[in-house]
Ligand binder design. Structure first.
Ligand code: NAI
Length: 329
């Protein structure tokens, strides 16, 4: 039984091969799954996909015609999958709902610390023999108000770390009951934006959250605010954020995700000319720090992804899909 592992990198193979090899034959493919590459699944019964693979209706139709019976997502988010199309085609879709909330929460904190204390710039200066401090001044996190959008597994882990710094934590999550015990104070979205010096995004990408950070909502933030997005790129309207950076309203931006990251992230493009002018502009700001979707990338998270993907695969093989982490259930 063959499973095609799309968008695979050497580190995926390192963790997935030992975990899954007893259950199936694995074909590691470095290319993204999309309408041009879907025909590569010929002879396979399943695919294993990641965040930037295209699982829209057209691609799912090709997979179904080729005999694909299951999609194993090796990530938590599933906004890249047309679930109706998968259901119609009778293809079972499973994911890894949780691998290490700490990996992502700690990376968000890393972006905050680096941006605030200009560690990225200080590192470059010291390497050049420039030991001056002009332009590197930061602020104490202690006593600041941090707003957290989305109080799920990652959001809550992030809140607890920020409370450890002595920050006041505000939380906005429409799905959380007011009586729930939370590591912070539950507020509505406008209050979160108005009162937080730092806002960190930890909600999924849905029609309701697409471009939730836009010109209107950025205008609510206090002057010289910081925005951190380790969730999904399309939560943020990037041109609006660039305007806010240019006007100075937004003083710091930390990104691990970008709306159009599919053509950029996870690849070495250092010998190529970047065609995305919006992304290129973002990289010119001294107060913008970008990592290429690496928040999940810890040993513990990759080991857990492999373990849960193995569990999902076995559930399918044993004819017991409901014991898998099915998407949409
Ligand atoms: P989760 O499902 O545990 O929590 C998401 C929370 O967001 C839920 O409490 C939900 O009620 C809330 N939410 C939904 N709509 C909202 C809205 N309109 N406003 C505020 N809150 C809203 O998910 P988890 O594990 O905490 O992950 C959060 C997100 O982090 C994922 O959806 C994914 O996009 C992103 N992620 C990023 C990774 C990276 O490497 N950069 C790795 C893993 C996840």
């Amino acid at each position: 039984m063959r499973v095609c592992v799309f968008s695979s990198k050497p580190y995926d193979e390192l963790y997935l091969r030992p975990a899954l090899a007893d259950a199936c034959e694995l074909l590691f493919l470095p290319v993204h799954l999309n309408s041009h590459t879907a025909s590569l699944v010929e002879g396979a019964v399943g695919v294993c996909c990641f965040v930037n693979d295209d699982l829209s209706a057209g691609v799912i139709e090709v997979l179904a015609k080729s005999g694909i019976q299951f999609i194993l997502l090796r990530c938590a988010g599933f906004n890249q999958v047309d679930l109706n199309a998968a259901k119609k085609a009778g293809i079972f879709v499973a994911r890894v709902p949780e691998y290490s909330p700490y990996a992502v929460a700690e990376h968000a904190v890393g972006l905050i610390l680096a941006l605030n204390r200009n560690i990225h710039r200080a590192h470059n200066r010291v390497r050049e023999g420039d030991y001056s401090l002009q332009g590197l001044m930061g602020f104490d996190l202690h006593g600041k108000t941090v707003g957290v959008l989305g109080a799920g597994k990652i959001g809550r882990a992030f809140c607890k770390i920020m409370q450890g710094f002595g920050c006041t934590v505000l939380i906005c999550d429409p799905n959380v009951d007011v009586n729930t015990q939370l590591p912070g104070q539950l507020v509505d979205f406008p209050t979160l934006m108005q009162q937080s010096q730092i806002v960190s995004l930890h909600c999924p990408l849905t029609p309701q959250t697409r471009h939730i950070i836009n010109a209107q909502t950025l205008a609510l933030m206090p002057p010289r605010a910081m925005l951190i997005n380790t969730s999904r790129g399309a939560l943020v309207d990037t041109p609006a954020v660039i305007d806010a950076l240019k006007s100075g309203r937004l003083a710091y931006l930390g990104l691990d995700v970008y709306e159009e990251e599919g053509d950029l992230f996870f690849e070495d493009l250092s010998n190529q000319v970047i065609q995305d002018d919006v992304f290129a502009r973002l990289t010119t700001f001294p107060n913008v720090l970008i990592t290429a979707h690496q928040a999940f990338f810890t040993h513990e998270a990759l080991a857990r992804i492999a373990e849960v993907t193995h569990h999902n695969l076995c559930a399918f093989i044993q004819g017991d899909p409901h014991s898998a982490h099915l998407v949409g259930e």
